[in-house]
Design a protein around this ligand. Structure first.
Ligand code: NAD
Length: 480
């Protein structure tokens, strides 16, 4: 071992109390699923974690019926104050079981434990605390007089932030008085099932939250179910389009949080070291499996070489490997399918003429891994400048004037987020004003807060999650 190498510092899995197999969570109980079950594995080792049930159409029907009963018999009759008490209780239980949830998340998803421990799980608790506070104040939120819940919400979420996406969906729905049937992603069902145990611990009335596991067919059965009043989806633009089609012509309310291809714009007066940290956080956080990732770096031509040189030095210090090691910066890619997609798009980038640079690091033998990669000399027409890679791959483009930066940043079918790095507040405000993106970060990136609305323009979807605005998606006739 050389002088500067880190000794292994693995987080213990001893506090996990996992079952060998998990059923569906319907009407307050774990029950068998009638579809063919599947195995959830660790993407870092390819080892089996547990058997997971698949919900058939009939199981989805049972779950929706349980949610309807709970809505009519208990949840819609309960005062906002009492609903808030349950949400506060859930938030506190998430905090109590934070370590266990973080370990399970890293095991099932592949993300570094320092991210699940310091970002995902604290934000999950924050989301429940925040919406717990709104539950008894809906009449005073400027959302109209006596706002009413919609009924049963069918929610489908992706694998990149499994428990956090659950919190973004479940907390506002319950605060607004709806009941829920949620489908987690097929590669990351584990923390949603531990969350179901937390709901039992919290004594949440049966049927208020139901969790049905399975793949796309289970999600499709849920969003098409005639007794679902509201559909909330986070995932790919392709599936989002299918869902919009399925829901069209019904009176279901729909929100879609889809993909992104965010521009991270660095001006020549930016504090370079801070910007380099922001670029790294923008695209290499969570292996780049982030819908709002700063995957297109737009750097002012005069500082291009300096920024890229410093970025390469910084990337060479990142440690890739065991997600459960407390020193790991880059964990595993979530699945073999996602790894294949990242490889394919990177190969296309090279074939189209961009220059590829990859940080030197040892890749573990087992599991799914992709070393941090930068493409320079990228042109706006290249696939790696247009398609969402959803992996640790940065495309670098240059600009000369603010107007060119804005035009290039907006030259995308997406519009979820953007970043601006500059010393001048006036420039930041002027540029932010002209970016077609739901969230614009200034001299920072990938910052989340439950009080701040999040959502997209164009093919990134519609509707907002978070903040007071996030409640409107779950209330009749409300608009922010
Ligand atoms: P995906 O669309 O393939 O899957 C998302 C979820 O939808 C999964 O639970 C899946 O089982 C389910 N699903 C698949 N087909 C379905 C169908 N026909 N009907 C209903 N449900 C169906 O996406 P993914 O690969 O899991 O996630 C990656 C994508 O999600 C990326 O494009 C990313 O940008 C996007 N994403 C967006 C946000 C956001 O807030 N905008 C957040 C996270 C991820």
């Amino acid at each position: 071992m050389s002088f500067l190498e880190y000794a292994p510092a693995p987080e213990s899995t001893a506090l996990l109390n996992l079952r060998d197999s998990y059923g569906l969570f319907i009407d307050g109980q774990f029950v068998d699923g009638s579809g063919d079950g599947f195995t959830t594995i660790s993407p870092a080792t390819e080892q089996r974690i547990a058997e997971i049930a698949t919900a058939s159409d009939a199981d989805v029907d049972r779950a929706v019926a349980a949610a309807r009963r709970a809505y009519e018999k208990t949840w819609s009759r309960m005062s906002g104050r009492d609903r808030g008490k349950y949400l506060f209780r859930i938030a506190r239980l998430v905090q109590e079981r934070a370590r266990e949830l973080a370990v399970a998340e890293s095991l099932d998803n592949g993300k570094p434990i320092k991210e699940s421990r310091d970002v995902d799980v604290p934000l999950v608790a924050a989301w429940f605390f925040y919406y717990a506070g709104w539950a008894d104040k809906l009449d005073h939120a400027g959302l109209g007089a006596n706002p009413q819940a919609l009924g049963v919400a069918g929610q489908v979420i992706p694998w990149n932030f499994p428990l956090l996406m659950l919190a973004w969906k479940v907390a506002p729905a319950l605060a607004a008085g709806n009941t829920v049937v949620l489908k987690p992603a097929e590669t990351t069902p584990l923390t949603a099932l531990i969350f179901a145990e937390i709901l039992q611990q919290a004594d949440l009335p049966a049927g208020v939250v139901n969790i049905v596991t399975g793949a796309g067919a289970t999600g499709a059965a849920l969003v098409r179910h005639p007794d679902v009043d509201k559909v909330a989806f986070t995932g790919s633009t392709g599936v989002g389009r299918d869902i919009a089609r399925a829901v069209a012509g019904t009176d279901k309310k729909l929100t879609l949080e889809l993909g992104g291809k965010a521009a991270n714009i660095v001006f020549d007066d930016a504090p370079i070291d801070q910007a380099v940290e922001g670029i790294v956080n923008g695209i290499f956080f969570n292996q780049g499996h982030v819908c709002c990732a700063g995957s297109r770096l737009l750097v002012q031509e005069s500082i291009h070489d300096e920024v890229i040189d410093r970025l390469k030095v910084r990337l060479s210090t990142l440690r890739l490997g065991d997600p459960l090691d407390k020193n790991t910066d880059i964990g595993a890619i979530n699945s073999a399918a996602q790894l294949a997609r990242i490889r394919e798009l990177s190969d296309i980038g090279e074939a189209e003429g961009a220059e590829r640079w990859t940080a030197e690091c040892a890749i573990p033998e087992k599991g799914f891994w992709f070393a941090p990669t930068i493409f320079t000399g990228v042109e706006a027409s290249h696939r790696i400048a247009r398609d969402e890679v959803f992996g640790p791959v940065l495309s670098v483009l240059t600009f000369r004037t603010p107007a060119e930066a804005i035009a290039k940043a907006n030259n995308t079918p997406y519009g979820l987020s953007a970043g601006i790095w500059s010393d001048k507040g006036s420039r930041i405000l002027a540029v932010a004003d002209r970016l077609r993106a739901g969230v614009v970060w200034a001299n920072t990136f990938n910052r989340f807060d439950p009080s701040s609305p999040f959502g997209g323009y164009k093919e990134s979807g519609y509707g907002r999650e978070g903040g007071r605005q996030g409640l409107t998606a779950y209330l009749k006739g409300a608009s922010a």
